[in-house]
Design a protein around this ligand. Sequence first.
Ligand SMILES: NC(=O)c1ccc[n+]([C@@H]2O[C@H](COP(=O)([O-])OP(=O)(O)OC[C@H]3O[C@@H](n4cnc5c(N)ncnc54)[C@H](O)[C@@H]3O)[C@@H](O)[C@H]2O)c1
Length: 351
Amino acid sequence: MKKWKVAVIGCGSIAGYAHFPSYAKMKDHAEVVACADIVPEKAKAAAEKWGIPHWYASVEELLANEPEVDYVDVCTWTAAHAPVTIAAAKAGKHVLCEKPLAANLEQGLAMAEAIREAGVTFMLAVCTRYGSEQQKFIELRDAGTFGDIYLAKTAYVRRRGVPGGWFTNKAIAGGGPVLDIGVHAIDRTWYLMGKPNPISVSAEVSYRIGKNNSEASFTWGEGLADRPGPEIFDVEDSAAVFFRFEGGKAMIAEASWTINGREEFYSKLYGTKAGVSFDPLTIYGTDENGKLTDEKVEVPGNDFYEDEIRHFIACLDEGKEPISPMSDALVIQKMLDGIYRSAEAHAEVKI
Ligand SMILES: NC(=O)c1ccc[n+]([C@@H]2O[C@H](COP(=O)([O-])OP(=O)(O)OC[C@H]3O[C@@H](n4cnc5c(N)ncnc54)[C@H](O)[C@@H]3O)[C@@H](O)[C@H]2O)c1
């Protein structure tokens, strides 16, 4: 079995709690040979903690000094996904990149072009596609359990959960909860629906609560002290969205860091034969007598970060396309872009 040589770029929160610990569990199959961060002390600290032989202050320096790297794992803040991915692709490296694809559609398109030109494998790390219940659902869906899935509802909403630092700065994050957590809800639900072709979106985004509150009452997540900001708060704090797909299908979506309501992260899908919800996986169907049934399906939990990275490596081993390829990442980025265009116009817009 080939042992893949990995370079992790961006040694902040997600690298620290998901990527480095996952690599530590697959040492026979992947080895982090180098890491980089524009804050060199963070790269050095990660190298010391995880036993990584070399660390650098930029992706360029790393690529120049580590020619044997097979793939680059992009864990930088969102506006750096494009330059780092493009540099890696130009050096002939495969790329695994954290969600969202990019801070805006233009950057996403440039990334897609670089990946296409280099002919390397790209996977977007949208971890919630890789949950064991979601993968079980795909199996049942493909066996015809749900019939034609025509409607879905999803939300990722926090009551007071603004991540600290750059997440509220549009120049670095690209947007607020739509790009931060809405992407999980929308991406997962679209994928589970069977990736229907988006036609249009109607959305409103709100700036009412987030920017008017103090940093102290809003910080959420790990590694906040290390993040620059959030002196700038120019992103939305909530969004309400309606997507229209080909074939008369639709998705209703909500994303918020500051909702005055219950915290939720769900995907509900409705098909002609049955519907589904998760946590736990529950099928809403009918029995042979037409009686309504709620069937809970037991699925052992999993570490979806680890399984996502293992899936990427398996795709490299076998030369196959990942579950979350660039083509999907671009569709989702177009859908997210449509949310902001629609909110700006206060009208439905084409995707
Ligand atoms: N999949 C998930 O559940 C999940 C969870 C959290 C964050 N994320 C995503 O991961 C990314 C990072 O988020 P985070 O919470 O780790 O942020 P963070 O601020 O903790 O870490 C980002 C790091 O990137 C570094 N960096 C920025 N530009 C760089 C560049 N050009 N080259 C090298 N290093 C650079 C920063 O110095 C920082 O250390 C974001 O895109 C975020 O959306 C995903």
